[in-house]
Write a protein that binds this ligand. Structure first.
Ligand code: ADP
Ligand code: MG
Length: 309
């Protein structure tokens, strides 16, 4: 077992009456790609900012390569690289000049500037002013800057939020190829389950300052038993007791939308029983869909709301 690059132990951060981070613990191994997945206000930014040394926790320990911020500020700046949820660049600088400026902080050669611009595929925008970049191009620029000093721990706060699907896919491709080529640990925050599923080795699900679950996608979705979903809509009201019995874990019934989600052990086994009950009770279905459980389903079953809410 290698020593973790990051250890977060029983960390709390309170603002007046808000428990932004409410006693979380997790660790990250070298080379691991971790998602902090949760809706707005879950405490993701506060968590990464404490790791980055931008905010100080009220309680708890954060070790980065065994070091804490209080005593090792300059060393930690060499270990950590980051891109913030919203980065303000200087509008009247070009892409090239912006990356060059940050490279000069680290005393990096010109060649590194060209390298990172190439990694994020901004070559054609080198001479464009930052103010003329699209949202996706800005995120790429922020990523290029984060990559400059080849830090072993990279923190990316919502790298694709607000981007259109094409731009999001481009950022994913860049991150995916980084993952293959670098031995860098990455923590990225997101509220898109697809992003966490696609990119990350391990996913930490957060809500209201707490960690609700963590593990690989496989582990999260198969906790207890593998689960599948029968999703339906009807014009009739369904009572909670209607679907129960062996092999059924839970009915999530939305009484406003008249839609139900039945979490079952096996669709193959439960679908015939489900349809039989529907028929016997004269219930009219307007939609029926069978699928695997997703992280959003898991989140709903733990919190009663969607990840994107
Ligand atoms: N500087 C601050 N002052 C007061 N409340 C804050 C501050 N920063 C964050 N919060 C609150 O802490 C909670 C977590 O915020 P944040 O870490 O930004 O969540 P996320 O990044 O997951 O959306 C929210 O309820 C937010 O309003
Ligand atoms: Mg945030």
């Amino acid at each position: 077992m290698s020593t973790p690059i990051l250890e977060v132990i029983e960390v709390y951060k309170y603002f007046k009456n808000v428990k932004a981070v409410d006693g979380i613990s997790f660790s990250v191994n070298p080379g691991e790609f971790i998602a902090l997945l949760g809706p707005n206000g879950a405490g993701k930014t506060t968590t990464v900012e404490m790791i980055e040394g931008i905010q100080k926790q009220n309680k708890g320990t954060i070790n980065i390569s065994g070091l804490n911020w209080a005593a090792n500020e300059s060393k930690l700046h060499q270990i950590i690289s980051l891109s913030l949820q919203e980065t303000r660049f200087i509008d009247k600088l070009t892409v090239n000049e912006t990356v060059q400026l940050f490279a000069s902080f680290y005393k990096l050669p010109r060649t590194r500037v060209d390298e990172v611009i190439e990694i994020v595929a901004l070559q054609e925008k080198k001479k464009s002013y930052v103010e003329n970049l699209s949202g996706g191009q800005r995120q790429k620029l922020a990523l290029a800057i984060a990559l400059l000093n080849k830090a072993p721990l990279l923190l990316l706060d919502e790298p694709t939020t607000g981007l259109d699907p094409t731009a999001r896919r481009e950022i994913w491709n860049i991150l995916m190829s980084l993952k293959k080529s670098l031995n860098t640990s990455i923590i990225l925050t997101t509220h898109y389950m697809e992003e966490a599923e696609y990119l990350c080795d391990r996913i930490i699900i957060m809500d209201k300052g707490k960690i609700l679950a963590q593990g690989t996608l496989e582990e999260l979705l198969s906790a207890n038993n593998s689960k599948e979903i029968i999703e339906f809509a009807t014009i009739d009201n369904i009572s909670e007791q209607f679907f129960c019995g062996d092999g059924i874990y839970k009915l999530i019934w939305d009484e406003n939308a008249f839609t139900g989600k039945l979490i079952v052990k096996s669709i193959i086994e439960q679908l015939p029983i489900f349809l039989q009950k529907i028929k016997e009770n004269g219930i009219k279905l307007t939609k029926l869909e069978c699928r695997k459980l997703t992280l959003d389903d898991l989140f709903i079953s733990m919190t009663g709301k969607h990840l994107g809410d």
